[in-house]
Design a protein around this ligand. Structure first.
Ligand SMILES: NC(=O)c1ccc[n+]([C@@H]2O[C@H](COP(=O)([O-])OP(=O)(O)OC[C@H]3O[C@@H](n4cnc5c(N)ncnc54)[C@H](O)[C@@H]3O)[C@@H](O)[C@H]2O)c1
Length: 318
């Protein structure tokens, strides 16, 4: 048994982040059940995990045995009761919609073994919003991962006022066991650390696009020149986060803060991407086309040939 005692994990929500948390935890030796309300969610997750197998082989030097062992530690379920019956720890990665999470916790609470610890992977909502509905406030907290978990290996640990110290310790140990650098929060804060930094950046980039001030490529080029060495700019990050989650965050916080620009940005993402089935990196199309987005091309940050001046000049208007 590991030091945390949290060896059997159930991930609820098989989307962008749930799928990564599940795969990575299994890769690091945990036994994992992935649950999703929808069969399509589980199917998409299985497909994404074939991609993760390739990424872990190429980028992390995983051997064929490592990949097979990871796959053997993973199982999928569309029945919530069965999915959590043996769980030491549950990580909830359902959509960033408070009503969805609340309904889920109410359904989950009576199904859980008494000792199970529950953590939400919410990016912007507080653990105290769901602690009561979880039915075990002392065993409830946030454990927030970053997208592309295998390289952005940090996990934010956020408690609410009645989370027990033993839960905080076990969750922190669990994070370390799966190769994360723990990021402790000293008080509840909606945007955690990551999104306090990231959401204003993405919102600013999206506003430049929505209001027709600049193009995604120009915005990302600017950012990547100002932050030499970084792998992508804010529009590339929007693709990685996924259009659905960007839409959920912008529409919720836009309404909550009566922020018209934020709501207009949410609507832009819905009309230009979600309604067309372009969900970002995971679907192969967002602001960029994958697997070879323009911002990875060798000349993206180069001073252009003088012959391209017209192309650049045509993007300037008053
Ligand atoms: N995308 C990111 O970059 C990112 C990063 C960190 C944290 N998060 C957080 O992770 C959570 C999930 O985000 P995501 O981007 O993976 O979302 P997503 O939309 O990609 O996936 C959500 C999944 O939940 C499933 N689902 C819907 N209702 C459900 C229910 N009632 N029970 C179980 N499953 C249900 C959906 O079918 C889908 O597969 C959110 O709280 C988000 O804030 C996302």
């Amino acid at each position: 048994m590991s030091q945390s005692g949290l060896d059997k994990l159930t991930v609820i929500g098989a989307g962008v982040l749930g799928g990564q948390i599940a795969w990575h935890s299994a890769y690091m030796g945990k036994t994992v059940v992935v649950y999703d309300l929808y069969d399509e969610g589980l199917d998409r997750c299985r497909e994404a995990q074939q991609q993760y197998a390739i990424i872990y082989t190429q980028d992390l030097n995983a051997s064929a045995e490592d990949i097979t062992a990871t796959q053997e530690r993973l199982s999928f379920s569309s029945d919530l009761a069965t999915a959590v019956v043996d769980a030491d720890v549950v990580i909830e990665a359902a959509p960033e919609i408070p009503e969805v999470k609340t309904a889920l916790y109410k359904e989950l609470a009576p199904l859980l073994p008494a000792e199970t610890i529950v953590a939400t992977n919410s990016s912007t909502l507080l653990p105290s919003q769901f602690a009561g509905d979880s039915g075990r406030p002392d065993k409830f907290c946030s454990l927030h991962f970053a997208n592309l978990i295998w390289s952005m290996n940090l996990a934010e640990v956020m408690a609410h006022p009645t989370t027990s110290q033993s839960t905080i310790l076990a969750i922190t140990q669990f994070a370390i066991e799966i190769g994360m650098v723990p990021i402790p929060l000293q008080k509840e804060h909606n945007a955690y650390v990551i999104n306090t930094l990231l959401v204003p950046l993405l919102q600013a980039a999206q506003t430049l696009v929505t209001n027709g001030i600049s193009t995604p490529e120009t915005i990302d080029r600017t950012y990547m020149i100002m932050n030499r060495g970084c792998s992508m700019g804010p529009c590339g990050i929007i693709d990685v986060v996924g259009m659905k989650t960007c839409y959920d965050v912008l529409s919720y916080w836009g309404a909550e803060n009566n922020d018209e620009q934020m709501m207009t940005n949410a609507e832009y993402i819905k009309q230009h991407f979600i309604d067309q089935g372009h969900m970002g990196l995971l679907s192969g199309q967002g602001y960029y086309s994958y697997p070879e987005p323009t911002y990875q091309s060798a000349d993206f940050l180069e001073v252009p040939d003088i012959g391209r001046a017209e192309e650049f000049a045509s993007l300037v208007s008053a």
